[in-house]
Design a binder for this molecule. Structure first.
Ligand code: BG6
Length: 471
């Protein structure tokens, strides 16, 4: 709604930027690091591997200096589990521990608040080999031991922790669970079993964090695409409601309320996919509520009804990376009102306002945006700097949406744009850039990996300096 006055960003707002270990560090086989499921991923040969990435592992000092100069208040990054425990459990790797000690010290000395993701997609291959990874209950203890090690080692300097990044994208992407992409329908069942184990593991990690980190705060980093009913037909509205429950809220309801919401429970039961729940699991989740709710927001999706027909039975799913159509449930369709990125992600800043308000009203936890950004194909020009006006426009609009949501009562801790520097995209290699800082390499040619400030870098610096006054 239109309001008369709009609140300014609070003085302590954490203006930040994000990254993830496997997407920026490189040094994939250095200093004792073990293999993760991301290292094992068979990439399309036209896309680079994770071997060098942005070479942040060797250039972190330079990168943190650039963050300092930009005025960042927070840097959200992930720790590579396999640098700390190369096999996922067992022996600690002292060189990995030292790397993150140095990185965290550098961040803190620069006056920047570290926000650490404990696990961002790069699950140890060692645990998959030992017992099948997240689909086995032993995974809970191994995650909690790893998290406990991080709290004990870095908890004196790190006060903001994120349990698991985008758990929904682990549940629905078999390769992120260390499995092949074949027979995805069966993999959905295993994905929901893994989901239950991840929720129990996250709750136990929250408990440990509260015990071990003085003033520590911890929460999940979820993905949240705003969803809309495509038309005002009641059937579309119902499909939208179902999609919200089984795609957007199902993990958060477990994390924040310790419950399987009714729609999700029925969805799983009808498909014989309800996981084994042991005594104490739900109690553990209920007792260990997160301190805040972090979410990644890039786009919205339009949802239509998808009736059962002669060709489809309950449980037939079609995937476009994630589930996109399931007869008897919902289907994702193109939204004719929105422009999209080159990858078809529908750009929707108003959707961010709606998502923020819904999350705030449902869970009443302070919000932290851990990812928001604009992916594009970019090439540094012969003269001058890269003028990434589309990114500036995207971020300005989305920040304004945050302001609007705050104006209507939602509490925010901060906003981290994705990403500080160019890094390897989840599925599109180095050709899809998100950074405020250009990294001079191409998909397969490492060039000199020089860091160059894009126009958006200067824009963000100014936004931070003015505490978002002009947003
Ligand atoms: C989120 C992930 O899904 O979106 C990041 O947490 C990812 O790891 C980002 O890079 C953008 O997605 P993509 O596929 O464009 O890199």
């Amino acid at each position: 709604m239109q309001t008369k006055r709009i609140k300014e960003f609070p003085e302590n707002f954490l203006w930040g930027a994000s990254s993830a270990s496997f997407q920026c560090e490189g040094a994939a086989h250095e200093d004792g690091k073990g293999l993760s499921v991301m290292d094992m991923r068979k990439q399309d040969p036209s896309i680079c591997d994770f071997e060098v990435a942005s070479d942040h592992y060797h250039r972190y000092k330079e990168d943190i200096a650039l963050m300092k100069e930009c005025g960042l208040k927070a840097y959200r990054f992930s720790i590579a589990w396999t640098r700390i425990f190369p096999e996922g459990n067992g022996e600690v790797n002292p060189r990995g521990v030292e790397f993150y000690n140095n990185l965290i010290n550098e961040i803190v000395q620069a006056g920047i608040t570290p926000i650490v993701t404990i696990y961002h997609f790069d699950y140890p291959q060692g645990l998959v080999d030992q017992y099948g990874g997240w689909t086995d209950r032993r995974s809970i203890d191994d995650y909690v031991n790893y998290a406990e090690f991080l709290f004990r080692t870095y908890g004196d300097r790190v006060k903001y922790w994120l349990t698991i990044n985008e758990q929904d994208h682990v549940v629905h992407m078999p390769y992120r669970l260390g499995m092949s992409d074949e027979n995805r329908r069966e993999k959905e069942r295993l994905g929901f079993l893994a989901n239950h184990h991840m929720c129990v593991a996250a709750a136990k990690a929250i408990q440990k964090c509260h015990e071990l980190v003085p003033d520590g705060k911890i929460g999940p980093a979820t993905c949240f695409d705003m969803l809309y009913p495509t038309t005002n037909s009641p059937a579309d509205a119902l499909a939208w409601l179902d999609a919200m429950e089984i795609r957007n809220y199902y993990i958060l309801d477990l994390n924040c309320k310790g419950e399987y919401n009714g729609t999700f429970r029925k969805y799983l039961e009808d498909r014989d996919m309800f996981p084994e729940v042991l005594d104490g699991d739900m109690e553990c989740m209920k007792a260990n509520r997160p301190d805040f709710l972090a979410f990644n927001y890039y786009a919205s999706k339009s949802i239509s009804a998808c009736p059962l027909d002669d060709e489809h039975e309950i449980g037939d799913i079609e995937f476009q990376l994630l589930p996109s159509r399931e007869a008897g449930v919902y289907q994702v369709v193109k939204n004719q009102n929105l422009n999209a990125t080159l990858w078809g992600w529908e750009i929707d800043d108003i959707g961010l306002q709606s998502a923020s308000r819904l999350l705030w009203e449902r869970y009443r936890l302070p919000l932290l945006i851990t990812e928001n950004g604009f992916g594009n194909v970019e090439k540094w020009p012969e003269e001058g700097i890269l003028e990434d006006d589309d990114r500036i426009d995207y971020l300005t609009r989305h920040l304004h949406a945050v302001k609007e949501a705050m104006n209507l009562g939602a509490e925010f801790i901060g906003f981290c744009c994705w990403s500080f520097m160019d890094l390897i995209s989840g599925h599109s290699g180095f050709s899809k850039r998100y950074g405020l800082v250009y990294v001079n390499r191409t998909e397969h040619d490492l060039l000199d990996l020089e860091r160059r400030k894009k126009k958006s870098y200067y824009w963000y610096k100014n936004v931070i300096l003015n505490n978002g006054k002009d947003i």
